[in-house]
Design a protein around this ligand. Structure first.
Ligand SMILES: Nc1ncnc2c1ncn2[C@@H]1O[C@H](COP(=O)(O)OP(=O)(O)OP(=O)(O)O)[C@@H](O)[C@H]1O
Ligand SMILES: [Mg+2]
Length: 624
């Protein structure tokens, strides 16, 4: 599960997401521009809606004053009305009702055309930035050090890349439109209300801040709940990937019922968190709407009595218009409240995503050039210490000192958990050592460019790593741009050609997730073919402990010896033949080297190696 702490303010995170929109600035301009026009025409239609009652009920009373009112802050309402009336009295549409209807229809159409343009540009913005962010995150995740994967489950990362990113991008793009448009509308409508009747408008300056306060409070709660929902979602995806990956064990141990109830629990936790988030989030609209209704009702009373007892300066026409703008001004506020709730929910996701973005990458550019180091002489361990970050207290490798000459094979021998695989992992820098140095021809390996340095190695690991693509692609993974001949050659050397030819589609056979469609020995031989194709100078071999049957063991062994020919090899050895042919054997116990030498030297020493050897291989010797 991704653990998150509150690290950055919402605004900073919002700006960080916005920075992904830089390359699409023209879309932003487009959406702002179209939003402005849409708001303008919405205002126009609202204004003329206010002219409707008079046009309907007393069209003949539209009498133009002999002189146009002067344009000033105090008379702006009169001035605008005069301009409108002048327009209608001179128009050729006959009854003002038709002219007004025509203008409202036009204004509505234009408004909606620009609204559509606005939505399309925002949608394009959303999908483009979502793609860029997704690719960026993927690229970043692949550059993270191995220890990151020890601490974060693959299910969590899947949920992050799919669920969290989706939430962030849809929210930012949707909110961007509203954040640009709604405040403009709000300001515009309030300005119009002030023009029509400043006194009445003052009431909303009391009520709207209360509404905004409530919306902000609800938003905070939603953020909290959203964080919990995302965590539950992440837990659920992790469970699914884990259980499906280990489905054989689940069936074997008859654990389906247990797994079902565990899943139901996780699933229910998600439901609970999602529901609570919705429960509060959904109070927003009814609550604020009720409050707004009281406001409008109150204004109706005040405004109405102003007209009844008025001096004629506040006309029914003004009041209608005022109410239209009042209704219109509540709408942006409501939208902004909902947008705030959405942004808060997305902020919880952004927190999680940016935490991964801010995890430092494996250091890729080092002091040296990116040329592949020229390995000439030896690799040496000097006082190397290492412990895993997730278990920092237990020392896994303790003060290792040894060296391997170019072309030699060194076999690491020792009980399970002694640290053999760990040594093989720190040589290609999957983990960085805590103390001491590993030297390649006298230079610290941490001074090389990481990508170039790793070109020196080929790895055949304890658990074969294959992908769900064709056999050809799996082998070709060893070398970019390898030819068909090279691939066949490698398969032949790895004793894999025969069984590949017998599969339905030969080299084009797709081998299933992690190679499930192949036997253990076949999987290993494909991994060996891949390493042969890579033809690197140094070989890292973690022999599988699982026993293969004698025939495929022989066949894998043959392939390995061919692979090792002329290479410098580090091997965690479980097979007798590998150990015997090694130039040097290191006996490991709890991360320390307790003995080293050739097979014969160590046997004659009668120490730990002899002991291990007779336990592991005593029987085989007798049989053989
Ligand atoms: N990713 C990890 N995080 C934390 N501890 C680990 C990790 N990998 C291995 N360890 C611990 O480090 C120690 C050495 O493990 P390592 O895999 O190197 O043993 P090994 O000699 O290869 O054993 P085996 O012969 O069973 O493969 C073990 O105690 C193990 O629990
Ligand atoms: Mg191991």
């Amino acid at each position: 599960m991704l653990k998150t702490i509150e690290r950055e303010g919402n605004l900073i995170m919002y700006l960080r997401v916005l920075s992904y929109m830089k390359p699409y600035w023209w879309l932003v301009v487009f959406s702002v521009f179209s939003a402005l026009i849409a708001v303008l025409f919405q205002g126009v239609s609202a204004w003329f809606l206010g002219s409707l009652p008079q046009a309907l009920f007393s069209p003949n009373e539209i009498v133009l004053p002999p002189q146009a009112p002067e344009l000033s802050v105090a008379t702006i309402n009169e001035w605008m009305k005069y301009q409108g009336d002048k327009f209608f009295s001179f128009s050729d549409f006959g009854h003002p009702l038709f002219a007004i209807s025509l203008i409202i229809a036009l204004a509505f159409t234009v408004k909606n055309i620009f609204l559509y343009i606005n939505h399309v540009s925002i949608g394009m913005l959303n999908f483009s930035t979502a793609r860029d962010m997704r690719n960026d995150l993927y690229r970043h995740i692949l550059k993270l050090p191995t220890k990151f994967y020890d601490q974060n489950k693959s299910g969590s990362l899947v949920s992050l890349m799919v669920n969290d990113l989706n939430l962030i991008n849809s929210t930012v793009s949707e909110s961007l439109g509203s954040l640009l448009m709604e405040p403009l509308k709000l300001i515009g409508f309030i300005a119009m209300m002030l023009i029509i009747n400043a006194q009445l408008t003052l009431v909303i300056f009391v009520v709207y801040p209360i509404l905004i306060f409530i919306m902000a409070k609800i938003g905070k709660y939603v953020k909290d709940r959203s964080r919990k929902s995302l965590t539950s979602f992440d837990e659920m995806v992790s469970r699914i990937t884990e259980v499906i990956g280990g489905v054989r064990a689940v069936k074997m141990f008859n654990m389906t019922a247990v797994e079902n109830s565990k899943f139901a629990e996780t699933s229910n936790r998600l439901r609970k968190n999602q529901f609570k988030q919705k429960l509060i989030g959904d109070t927003l609209s009814p609550f604020t709407e009720t409050l707004a209704f009281y406001l409008i009702l109150g204004l109706l009373l005040i405004g109405g009595s102003q007209i009844i007892s008025g001096d004629g300066s506040f006309m029914p026409e003004d009041f209608t218009r005022f109410l239209v703008f009042l209704f219109s001004s509540y709408h942006p506020l409501k939208i902004l409240g909902n947008v705030n709730a959405k942004i808060q929910a997305a902020a919880a996701a952004a927190n999680r995503v940016f935490k991964v973005f801010d995890t430092p990458c494996e250091e890729i550019n080092a002091l040296q050039t990116s040329k592949i180091p020229n390995f000439k002489d030896e690799i040496a361990f000097k006082n190397v210490r290492f412990s895993y970050e997730s278990a920092a207290n237990s020392i896994v490798l303790d003060d290792l000192n040894f060296s391997v000459k170019k072309g030699e094979t060194v076999a690491l021998v020792g009980g399970s958990g002694a640290g053999k695989s760990t040594i093989l992992d720190i040589i290609p820098r999957f983990y960085e050592i805590n103390d001491g140095e590993i030297l390649l021809d006298g230079k610290s390996i941490s001074s090389f460019d990481l990508t170039a340095y790793r070109e020196l190695f080929a790895i055949v690991s304890q658990e074969t790593i294959l992908f769900n693509v064709s056999i050809r692609e799996n082998i070709a993974y060893g070398k970019i741009g390898s030819s068909q001949e090279e691939i066949i050659e490698a398969a032949k050397s790895a004793n894999a050609f025969d069984f590949i030819s017998k599969t339905e589609n030969g080299f084009d056979t797709v081998i299933g997730e992690r190679g499930v469609a192949l036997s253990g020995g076949q999987r290993q031989r494909i991994a060996i073919a891949r390493a042969i194709l890579r033809n690197s100078q140094i070989l890292i071999l973690d022999e599988a402990t699982s026993a293969l049957d004698t025939e495929s063991e022989q066949s894998v062994q043959d392939a390995l010896s061919r692979l090792m020919r002329g290479k410098t090899t580090f091997v965690a050895a479980h097979r007798l033949s590998t150990i015997r042919s090694a130039d040097k054997i290191l006996v490991l116990e709890k991360g320390k080297i307790t003995e080293s030498g050739t097979h014969d030297e160590l046997i004659s020493k009668n120490g730990r190696y002899e002991q291990l050897y007779s336990i592991q291989f005593g029987k085989k010797e007798e049989n053989g």
